[in-house]
Design a protein around this ligand. Structure first.
Ligand code: IPE
Ligand code: IPE
Ligand code: MG
Length: 244
């Protein structure tokens, strides 16, 4: 019985959309006297493994926060290392994942990235544009405030008043349902400018693990915790029970 409780079963509620704040790559590397770039590489590889596990569990959408607008102020050397990871590995990783029929969307102000990196991202998106149903969103040069301000400007230009739904469609995540579960690794308990509009009713899960050590088992633990929570969306338990 105790074992079953800690294992994903047919009764476990699986989030449709999981968003992950992959934090702790630098500290993971530092603890091992390795350069930060090694931490980022490990983090990226772990991310692919987690995405595969999530798809196996039945998750439809996965969003990963890989680089924030604020991160663009990091030392040039670190940024160059991150861009090299994209240059050398992005296509290969995405092909592996997209073999499962997932559509890749890059969310964020991609124009802030080097031209050749933009090209890789656009080509990868185009390769999967025909897929529907499952999705991978990679947030690069992403900031939720930037996203919201951009959407406001689009609304102003259109001259139309917005509703919650039509505004949501103007965000980078326009066609993607809101996240059900947001996981942050790396011990920090904050959102750091991630999906501020879309997170309105997401369940939040914080892990002390650094991202490269966030194993498939840790993901299962987060999903089990999600499954145990009651999502009331403002209603009472009685209303939920009578499904009003
Ligand atoms: C997260 O890891 C990845 C990026 C922000 C690019 P960090 O690089 O923030 O790692 P820590 O927080 O310094 O350990
Ligand atoms: C958040 O991590 C951004 C990403 C994971 C891409 P940071 O390491 O940049 O967050 P702060 O600065 O500690 O809030
Ligand atoms: Mg960090």
């Amino acid at each position: 019985m105790g074992l079953r409780k800690n294992k994903i079963t047919g009764e476990t509620k699986i989030p449709r959309h999981i968003a992950m704040i992959m934090d702790g790559n630098g500290r993971w590397a530092k603890k091992r006297f390795l350069p930060r770039s090694v931490g980022h590489k490990q983090g990226m590889e772990r991310m692919i493994g987690l995405m595969e596990r999530a798809f196996d569990l039945g998750v439809d959408y996965i969003t990963v926060y890989a680089l924030s607008t604020e991160n663009l102020l990091r030392p040039k050397e670190e940024l160059e290392g991150l861009f090299n990871l994209i240059r050398n590995h992005f296509k290969e990783y995405m092909r592996r994942l997209c073999a499962r029929g997932a559509r890749l969307r890059v969310i964020g102000n991609v124009a802030l990235l080097p031209d050749d990196v933009q090209k890789i991202l656009h080509e990868s998106e185009a390769e999967t544009a025909h897929f529907a149903g499952k999705g991978i969103n990679v947030a690069l040069a992403y900031g939720a405030r930037d996203e919201i301000v951009r959407a406001v400007n689009l609304a102003v230009e259109s001259g139309e008043k917005v509703t919650e739904e039509s505004f949501s469609a103007l965000l980078y995540t326009g066609e993607v349902p809101d996240p059900d579960l947001i996981i942050r690794t790396g011990k920090e308990v904050r959102l750091s400018n991630f999906l501020l509009y879309q997170a309105a009713y997401a369940e939040l899960y914080f892990s002390d693990k650094m991202f490269p050590e966030f194993s498939d088992k840790e993901l299962d633990k987060a999903v089990l915790e999600f499954s145990r929570r009651t999502r009331r969306f403002g209603k009472t338990d009685e209303q939920l029970n009578t499904q009003e």
